[in-house]
Design a protein around this ligand. Structure first.
Ligand SMILES: [Zn+2]
Length: 133
């Protein structure tokens, strides 16, 4: 292996490392009680996204067309839904309300300015408007 090939392979290794460090949201632990769906680790999932359970709940309620309530650490949905469907929506929430559109890092916070809502990145300073739920 010559020096350039060595650099190439080193670079590839760096890329692989970055890929594996991509932000992963905690998966929900869900089960059904009658026609309802209970997510037992909901506050942990919200904490993983660094968002309030209430904000995440409002999003899910709208996206899943389901009434929701929070009971201690649990989210109770009025419909029977698979964990997969809920995880997909949470993934979308993270892309929209957590991940910085510029640097791709999850180190952001929501900036509520009354009528308007922004995602502000603590890593690179990027700020962009998002739909207020
Ligand atoms: Zn950023």
């Amino acid at each position: 292996m010559n020096y350039e090939e060595l650099l190439d392979s080193a670079y590839e290794n760096v890329e692989v490392t970055e890929e594996s460090e991509r932000f992963e949201i905690l998966k929900v632990k869900g089960h059904h009680e009658g026609i309802r769906t209970i997510v037992s680790n909901f506050t942990q999932v919200a904490a993983c996204a660094r968002r309030t359970p209430v904000h995440l709940m409002k999003y899910l309620s709208k996206e899943l067309a389901s009434q929701c309530e929070i009971n201690r650490d649990r989210l109770i949905l009025s419909r029977k839904l698979s964990s997969q469907v809920i995880n997909d929506k949470i993934e979308k929430y993270v892309q929209r309300y957590v991940i910085c559109t510029k640097c791709g890092k999850p180190d952001t916070e929501l900036d509520d300015e009354g009528q308007r809502l922004f995602v502000r990145c603590l890593a690179c300073g990027e700020k962009h408007e998002v739909h207020k739920i």
